[in-house]
Design a protein around this ligand. Structure first.
Ligand code: SAH
Length: 457
């Protein structure tokens, strides 16, 4: 054996003890320092494993039998958990999920950011970590001439036929999928078939307002003209008066992207409304809106607490989306400037400001890293800057722009602990000090981790 050869071979059966968990939820065990990633194994467990791939520096294995079980292992309640891949950690009890997420933040800040010794609080979890998603979009297919709906099997485009429910989706939305499918089926509306680009119904999407209970149904179709579509709409609205909006989205392209360009209102309003802590938001078929409203409220309240506003401050909200955080901040600030790259989101943000009669907030379309230096040139001096970037974190120019603007405080909302840690390090090198961090569980049963951190100069 050469020095660099892996200590295991493909198809070898071994016994392994797991110490850690990877970003995608696989158990990580080591053989003489060589890590093996094994889906569904939990830290603290020992298991029989079959090696399925042995790369030079790491390998993958399949869980055969757990010989020493973690006390945190539970039976996943979803009947298709092992096929779907939408959730990664239903086999881990909620207590361990919250602790594990906090540890991932701690470890990223330490290893990548060299930040230690600050409070990283216990993850704020949900009282009931199920049925939290306010939006579901599900592919439509057919079997034996009948319509079927279900998520795709992991890493494929095969619909999971025996999917009964999605138990992280709000019940009303989940049930609405069945209702729409059955009506469409009875009217002989065909399913889209991506292999030959024929058929009609591609996806059914349902969104709802947590507070308002309004429901929007979006039918994603390959063509605009759909036989029996008006019948479908009339049956649907008659049977389900809770639906306030039925939308058709036309997607004629050969693509994995769910929504096409064109949307048409078939019934009711173009928007549904929802409220977070008394602030009202209008949500269209295409709007970005946080999918877990209960936890969003906790996250934004924490961001507001960290911003520590007295009413006299100028605040910048970079990567503002439809202005959700901006409007939260505007309640306590003198003036808020929001910047976001997607024009439609800024148009929603402006509508939302109007809807809530807030006139101390201004929104701009553009790259935050370009708009911020321009603001600085205009003489805008923020007391606090809030950032909520996508997974890849902040652009380097944006970090520099923040350092140049020298706000008293920076509040960093992050959906990726690794890029958070990388960016905090740069800000610390620029003179800021990370004071504390708070993980918030926005996506129970999944490996997604949301954190809010605060820095001061
Ligand atoms: N704060 C919002 C949205 C955060 S998601 C909320 O909580 O609802 C991150 C947002 O950053 C997305 O809306 C994305 O369109 C936007 N974005 C990505 N790159 C950007 C850039 N360079 N400049 C400004 N916005 C950007």
């Amino acid at each position: 054996m050469t020095k660099s050869a892996p200590p295991v071979k493909k198809n070898q059966d071994i016994e392994l003890t797991f110490e850690d968990i990877s970003h995608d939820g696989a158990g990580v065990g080591k053989i003489n320092g060589y890590p093996l990633f094994v889906p569904y194994a939990l830290p603290g467990e020992t298991a029989k494993v079959k090696v399925i791939k042995a790369n030079k520096k790491y390998g993958f294995g399949k869980l055969i039998e757990v010989t020493k079980k973690s006390e945190h292992r539970v039976d996943p309640p979803c009947n298709v958990f092992f096929k779907c891949g939408g959730c990664q950690i239903q086999h881990m009890d909620y207590e361990m999920q919250l602790e594990m997420k906090r540890n991932q933040v701690k470890s990223a800040l330490k290893k990548i950011g060299h930040i230690e010794g600050i409070p990283i609080h216990p993850t704020i979890g949900m009282e009931d970590p199920w049925r939290y998603r306010n939006k579901v979009q599900i592919p439509v297919g057919s079997k034996n001439g009948e319509l079927i709906t279900g998520f795709y099997r992991m890493r494929s485009h095969d619909i999971i036929e025996d999917m009964e429910r999605c138990i992280i989706t709000e019940e009303a939305n989940d049930e609405m999928i069945d209702v729409v499918r059955e009506i469409a089926n009875s009217l002989d509306i065909s399913a889209y078939d991506e292999t030959n680009h024929r058929g009609i119904l591609r996806h059914i999407m349902v969104r709802s307002g947590k507070v308002t209970k309004q429901i929007m149904v979006v039918l994603v179709t390959r063509k605009e003209k759909v036989p029996q579509l008006s019948k479908l709409v009339s049956v649907l609205k008659e049977k389900h008066p809770e639906i306030t909006s039925i939308i058709q989205n036309v997607n004629p392209d050969k693509t994995n992207v769910i929504l096409g360009k064109k949307t048409k209102v078939l019934y009711g309003e173009e928007y549904i409304y929802d409220e977070i802590d008394g602030i009202r938001f209008s949500i269209s078929a295409k709007s970005f809106y946080q999918i877990n409203p209960l936890q969003t409220e906790k996250l934004y309240k924490k961001a507001l607490e960290y911003a520590d506003l007295s009413g006299n401050e100028t605040v910048i909200d970079a990567y503002c989306g439809i202005g959700t955080i901006s409007l939260f901040l505007a309640q306590k600030a003198k003036k808020v400037y929001g910047v976001e790259i997607v024009p439609e989101a800024i148009s929603d943000a402006k509508d939302n400001a109007r809807l809530n009669n807030m006139d101390n907030v201004e929104f701009f379309v553009g790259q935050a890293e370009k708009v911020m230096p321009w603001w600085q040139a205009q003489g805008i001096k923020p007391d606090v800057i809030v950032v909520d970037p996508p997974r890849k974190g902040c652009d380097e120019d944006l970090l520099q722009a923040m350092l140049d603007m020298k706000p008293k405080r920076i509040v960093y909302v992050s959906c990726n602990p690794s890029t958070l840690a990388r960016d905090l390090k740069i800000l610390e090198e620029g003179g800021y000090k990370t004071k504390e961090a708070q993980p918030v569980d926005m996506f129970p049963q999944t490996m997604h981790i949301e954190t809010v951190a605060v820095l001061e100069i």
